[in-house]
Design a protein around this ligand. Structure first.
Ligand code: TNX
Length: 528
């Protein structure tokens, strides 16, 4: 009986300790917050340099979006301020994204090396605030947080070729990325169903090429104008998110080839017009012109060139006279050598545009110098590709299908979306991901830049289904990419996720609740 009593007390203490972890996702590197002492705020008097004022203003706007109204907001003196934002380059050794947050009963103070650090400090305050909103203002625990990310690359990819979602949905996704401190948006803009970005030199890319989607070859053209892209870039920059565009080549090129068939290298029965023609000089000029426009538009130093699955549709290269001549001239022994020749040339083109190439893991044996590219390891069934990437000295981002392809189902009660044999991508596997890859992570600490999740959209046709597949896995992604723990306890994480669930509901996000699947029935896709 006494033993049982002791056990009960111990269990009680453990769960109490858990309930005391502040509801911040991703979990900060170190926190000491008191449950008893609180700061109640109904109005904001902020103090900071002029360069940081936009941070304070956006903070108040963000709170308002989440339903937390403040009586007033004004700039004040440092002495009277209850929100202090301070840039101090000596503030820590954590790097540009680190911050120190201290909350007393009178004041919130954030110190960081850079605006990004201050922004992340404010995101932590927002998360504390939404977990205890008041009728007016909010109440947050006093104490300190010192925080720094585990990885510099914390990415999310959206495929808008298969289905197009548009400015408002992309902005919403950027909002949530920022909320969870994700900082790289990889934008998959071209593929077989549609070309989604205006290129002024080649207008047919968006009249002919943007027509159709994965389910409907005749759907009206959908794409982003360059003006719209600029608007989204600005929106992302205010949230410290870098956007990396992907122009997929030499495969997945069917939409472009419908617009400009003269540069098509043909395809296969299942994947018609799948490739560009690597045997024609004109193709290199055409693609360089496209990339020049892309390079001028996007401030990122990276452009993703795809490079994946070329063998799905390169059979006609065998009978293409230009390609055969190219093979002779450069002693390329097979079609893969042609593919690699093409990729090396296009990477050089990017270098002349001052951009670094990123490619899927097919590129790691293409002979591209390691200082000219980065790679994304996606084929979870090919661990050898990851090893090769790292051995060859390539900076690598980890996004293996399982658990980082969000078009895979997240519960075995779901049927819309992908399985790999019987494997799928539940949130638990994201939380324990770093534990599983501990060896690579510790063997190549400087080459692994980070983690990314990819939302492929063959089976995702609507905003509601996009939400359902993304939320809350996006929160677990952030936990894995920013958090310091190799394995994150599932039930503890689910506790920290409760305020997010309330916000999802409030903001009309059609999320999935893995603990109560019956509350959030599967949002189905269109049948193929
Ligand atoms: C593989 S990941 C692809 C995509 C598909 C995805 C579906 C990669 C480089 N290629 O083209 O959309 O699987 O899960």
């Amino acid at each position: 009986m006494r033993i049982l009593f002791v056990i009960l007390i111990l269990v009680g203490q453990v769960s109490q300790a858990y309930s005391r972890k502040p509801a911040i996702i991703p979990e900060p590197a170190s926190t000491s917050l008191s449950e008893e002492k609180k700061l109640n705020l109904e109005l904001i008097r902020y103090w900071c340099d002029t360069d940081q004022e936009f941070l304070a203003r956006n903070f108040v706007r963000q709170l308002a979006k989440f339903g937390i109204g403040l009586k007033s907001t004004e700039k004040s003196t440092a002495k009277k301020a209850n929100l202090l934002l301070v840039i101090d380059p000596k503030s820590g050794d954590g790097g540009m994204e680190s911050y120190e947050l201290s909350i007393s009963s009178k004041q919130i103070k954030i110190v960081a090396d850079s605006n990004a650090g201050l922004f992340y400090g404010l995101q932590s305050v927002v998360q504390l605030a939404v977990s205890e909103p008041l009728a007016s203002g909010f109440s947050i625990p006093c104490g300190t947080i010192k925080d720094t990310p585990r990885f510099g690359w914390r990415g999310l990819m959206l495929d808008e070729s298969r289905h197009f979602f548009g400015i408002e949905k992309v902005k919403q996704l950027l909002d949530w990325m920022a909320f969870y401190k994700l900082n790289r948006f990889h934008w998959h803009l071209t593929d077989e169903p549609g070309w989604r970005i205006e290129i002024k030199g080649y207008p047919r890319l968006t009249t002919v090429g943007a027509t159709g989607n994965f389910h409907d070859r005749t759907a009206e053209p959908k794409f982003y104008t360059q003006t719209e892209v600029k608007e989204i870039l600005q929106y992302a920059a205010e949230r410290f998110i870098e956007i990396i565009p992907e122009i997929d080549m030499p495969g997945h090129a069917a939409a472009a080839n419908r617009a400009y068939p003269e540069f098509s290298g043909g395809g296969s029965e299942k994947y018609p017009d799948f490739t560009f023609d690597p045997g024609k000089e004109g193709t290199y000029r055409y693609l360089s012109n496209i990339l020049r426009e892309i390079a001028a538009l996007f401030p990122s130093s990276y452009i993703h060139l795809g490079g994946d699955e070329v063998n799905f549709g390169n059979q006609q290269w065998n009978t293409n006279a230009g390609i055969q001549a190219l093979m002779k001239q450069h002693q390329l022994k097979d079609l893969q050598a042609v593919e690699f020749y093409f990729l090396r040339r296009m990477t050089d083109t990017l270098s002349t545009l001052n951009k670094t190439m990123i490619g899927w893991d097919e590129i790691v044996t293409a002979g591209i110098p390691a200082n000219q590219c980065k790679t994304m390891w996606w084929r979870h069934d090919k661990p050898k590709q990851l090893e090769l990437a790292l051995q060859n000295g390539y900076h690598t981002i980890l996004c293996p299908r399982i658990p980082f392809y969000f078009d895979f189902v997240q519960s075995n009660t779901h049927s819309a979306g992908r399985y790999w044999q019987k494997a799928y991508a539940p949130i638990e596997k994201i939380l324990e991901f770093k534990q599983l890859y501990k060896e690579s992570l510790s063997k190549f600490p400087t080459l692994i830049d980070g983690i990314q999740a990819n939302i492929w959209t063959e089976t995702i046709h609507s905003d509601e289904r996009l939400d359902f597949m993304t939320f809350p896995r996006i929160a677990a992604l952030a936990e894995a990419a920013w958090g310091k723990n190799d394995a994150v306890d599932y039930s503890e994480f689910m506790q920290r996720l409760q305020p997010s669930f309330r916000l999802y509901k409030k903001m009309g996000i059609s999320y999935f609740n893995p603990q109560h699947p019956e509350e959030t029935p599967e949002i189905m896709g269109l049948s193929k």
